[in-house]
Write a protein that binds this ligand. Structure first.
Ligand code: GLN
Ligand code: ZN
Length: 766
């Protein structure tokens, strides 16, 4: 019988209960017991939802109060000394590792966070060294398995695999061997991991899902011995446990050769992100006894699955492997999708009908299995699905042909500024002869409580649009006056009108849909509600021109227009599934190009198009990088190249680690790029020197992520250090390393005064 399986489910609760409870606990508003009660109720609600949907294989242990990778560190005692030594409870220590802790005597920073593969979820990197003393210090996975069992629900525990954990971890600070890599201590971790499997077996588990998404990375190509050794040891440790080895987010490629020989029960592959690998995987496992878990229902997107197509795929595999060796499943954990479509009341029914969130995806998996084992029972659900899919396809076909025609008519010239940078610079100097070491900011000024309150009131109808707009104008006015007073050279309007740098644009572009409650976890208790791209994208009318022009009307100094770039909008939204990301990115670029040109027409001299998400969109395998970077860079160019030489384009990145992608950064051809450089090593800047970066750079002189105010002297030293690292840059822009929206006014005032004075010092000195 073909079973249905769900690899994991959102951990946030249907009404964001987990966020509310953890934050209340951190603020001392509720007790540990109250927090644990919410956690327990949430776990039960998840299991019940999955079971009620008719799913056969239900996950447990994937619930977390912060992060599942942190859970691994916390279960296997990967706890750096500074946390271990703090005199706090185990739970508080866990949260301290996740988010830092400053209380009484204890002052601990958070551990480093990183994006979970190519998703927008962030995990905490395990810090491993040769001294790490792996041991089981709690039994969370066992406890949760037992908890479900006591509630009458038999589950398949989910564990992050030991190899992936080490592969995506980092070396602990106590390590003395410079060439050490976390994977070096794999053989110390394996027996402890085996102990946990034994305990699960003893608790009555018959199967376990071990997630090794690391298998889709280039790094795994060299790990065949490690995988073989480890999984042989694990199979021996708990012979009664059937292991499903789960891979997702990419393709196994050659690794399937060694994976097929592992002593496991089943292999899970992602057929949403990497459908083309199916044939080679089936061929590789056919001669073995392995079962194949088909990840057909996307754990990453929010689109209804085309069940007829999935059924066809499943049937083709059954033909080759036999039904007893096939499982149908979600492609990955559903943690990347919102909990349920039932919470959306404002979507038009015909639009809501396109979507499927976590709860609905569980039903899809169940329907798919049923369609194979007892087709009559699934008939109605399949027919309904076919109607929805057809409606969506019809909509796609009739989506905006004007946008497609426009994209088809784009010529190579549209991607290029009229003249090379030196000529543009000369033309720009004629308009605004900026001093050397020009000062500017990255765009946003403090998003104060008053601003958020005003926006909320507008939403509730307590403020009229006119009243709200007057309020925003006043905000802009005070930000402009402040910048004039401090003496900045290129001003900004401060972005008070923006709720979020992506949502704001999504709401003004045609082709997006918005949800009320479709939250997904970004990290810890931070959840985001990404807009959904549903059709061809265009810009019905100007989005920012009125605010930038208003700001410009208040000053003789140039005001910089501020836009979010096409790649960043795309990467922080749920994309369409019917056209490639490349096409969506180029459509967004054309829409933004209209805005850029309109800003220029309105007399705006400098226009910044932020692309903080370009690098994080890099594909998981390096062979795919060039293709991605080519269209990403072209999208940026398409959005900015419509202006005259005399208009100055800026872009901003929240990082400076461009090492492996530098030629593409040059190819962006922005007149000025501002980057993070206040926290990172100066070595990162040396690539600009090495490649002889031709255009202007604004390396961030201070870290806006901290409330600390940098002194003028400190900023002077930074500028000097930057010039030391960039000897061929005669002058640089002087700016903070990111937007100021999360900061308070008092810090901003002093910091920017010091920044302007430091630039004045540089003008005299160099
Ligand atoms: N212009 C944006 C701001 O200043 C840039 C934000 C970002 O880089 N993440 O807020
Ligand atoms: Zn930034």
């Amino acid at each position: 019988m073909v079973q249905s399986a769900v690899l994991g489910f959102p951990r946030i609760g249907g009404k964001r209960e987990v966020k509310k409870a953890t934050e209340a606990y951190w603020a001392d508003k509720i007790s540990v017991e109250e927090l644990q009660k919410v956690a327990k109720e949430t776990r039960l609600a998840r299991w019940t939802a999955i079971k009620d949907a008719g799913v056969d294989v239900i996950p447990s242990g994937d619930f977390t109060l912060y992060d599942h990778v942190l859970d691994f560190s916390n279960t296997f005692n990967v706890i750096p000394a500074k946390y271990a030594q703090a005199d706090i409870s185990a739970l508080d220590r866990y949260f301290a590792m996740g988010r830092g802790r400053q209380r009484g005597e204890v002052d601990l920073p958070a551990q480093e966070m990183q994006k979970w593969f190519d998703s927008n979820y962030h995990y905490l990197k395990g810090e491993v060294s040769s001294n790490t003393d792996f041991k089981l210090i709690n039994t969370k996975p066992v406890d949760e398995f037992v908890e479900a069992k006591e509630a009458g629900i038999v589950t398949r525990p989910v564990l992050l695999g030991p190899i992936t954990y080490l592969l995506i971890g980092k070396t602990g600070r106590d390590e003395t061997n410079a060439s050490f890599q976390p994977i070096d201590v794999l053989d110390k971790l394996t027996p402890v991991f085996g102990e946990l499997l034994k305990k699960l077996e003893a608790a009555g588990a018959t199967e376990v899902q071990i997630d090794e998404p690391g298998l889709v990375l280039d790094a795994a190509d060299k790990l065949s011995e490690q995988f073989t050794r480890t999984y042989e040891a694990l199979a021996k440790a708990a012979p009664g446990l059937k292991i499903t080895l789960a891979t997702y987010f990419g393709r196994l490629e050659k690794n399937v050769e060694y994976v097929a020989k592992l002593p496991i029960h089943a292999l899970h592959i992602d057929l949403d992100r990497a459908p083309a690998q199916l044939d080679s995987v089936v061929a590789a496992i056919k001669p073995t006894k392995l079962s194949l878990s088909l990840g057909l229902i996307s754990g990453r997107n929010i689109w209804k699955n085309d069940l007829a197509a999935s059924l066809k795929t499943a049937e083709s595999v059954i033909e080759s492997l036999g039904a007893e060796r096939v499982v149908v499943a979600t492609s990955s954990s559903l943690l990347h999708t919102p909990v349920t479509l039932a919470s959306e009341t404002k979507l038009k029914p015909e639009v809501a009908d396109w979507f499927s969130f976590a709860t609905e995806k569980c039903a899809e998996v169940a329907t798919l299995a049923k369609a194979i084992t007892s087709p009559a029972e699934a008939k109605e659900a399949l027919e309904k699905n076919a109607v929805s899919i057809k409606a969506r396809r019809d909509f796609e076909k009739n989506s905006d042909s004007a946008v497609r025609d426009r994209l088809a008519a784009v010529t190579p010239a549209d991607y290029k500024r009229a003249s090379p940078f030196p000529e543009r610079l000369a033309a720009q100097k004629k308009v605004h002869d900026l001093p050397t070491f020009p000062t500017t900011t990255i765009g946003s000024f403090p998003q104060t409580k008053e601003i958020r309150v005003a926006r909320a009131k507008l939403g509730k109808g307590e403020l009229t649009t006119a009243e709200y707009e007057t309020f925003i104008e006043n905000e802009i006015k005070s930000v402009v006056e402040f910048q004039e007073k401090v003496g900045l050279d290129i001003l900004v309007h401060g972005e008070p009108e923006r709720n979020d740098m992506v949502q704001y644009f999504g709401e003004r572009l045609a082709g997006f849909a918005f949800t009320e409650n479709a939250w997904v976890q970004s990290y810890g208790s931070r959840y985001v509600r990404p807009p959904i791209i549903v059709s061809d994208v265009s810009r019905p009318e100007p989005m920012t021109v009125r605010w930038s022009s208003y700001a410009q009307s208040l000053s003789k100094k140039p005001v910089k227009g501020m836009l979010t770039g096409p790649v960043t909008i795309l990467n922080w939204s749920f994309p369409r599934a019917d056209v490639s990301k490349e096409v969506q990115s180029r459509q967004l670029a054309l829409a933004l190009r209209d805005e850029v040109v309109d800003l220029e027409k309105a007399g705006i001299f400098a226009i910044q198009v932020d692309e903080p998400a370009i690098r994080e969109g890099l594909p998981l395998r390096s062979v795919d990088w060039d293709a991605y970077l080519t269209w990403a860079v072209e999208s940026f160019r398409l959005s900015t190249a419509g202006v005259k030489d005399s208009t100055q384009t800026h872009s901003h990145f929240c990082y400076s680690d461009f090492n492996s992608i530098f030629t593409h950064i040059i190819a962006l051809d922005a007149d000025v790029i501002s980057i993070e450089a206040s926290k990172s090593d100066l070595k990162l800047l040396s690539v600009f020197q090495e490649f002889n970066y031709p255009n202007s750079i604004g390396p961030g002189v201070y870290d806006i992520h901290s409330p600390r105010v940098p002194s003028q002297e400190e900023l002077e030293q930074k500028i000097a250090a930057f010039l030391g690292a960039l000897p061929d840059q005669k002058d640089i822009f002087v700016n903070p390393d990111c937007g100021l929206k999360t900061r308070g006014w008092p810090e901003v005032e002093t910091s920017l005064k010091n920044l302007v004075n430091a630039a004045k010092w540089a003008r005299e000195k160099y």
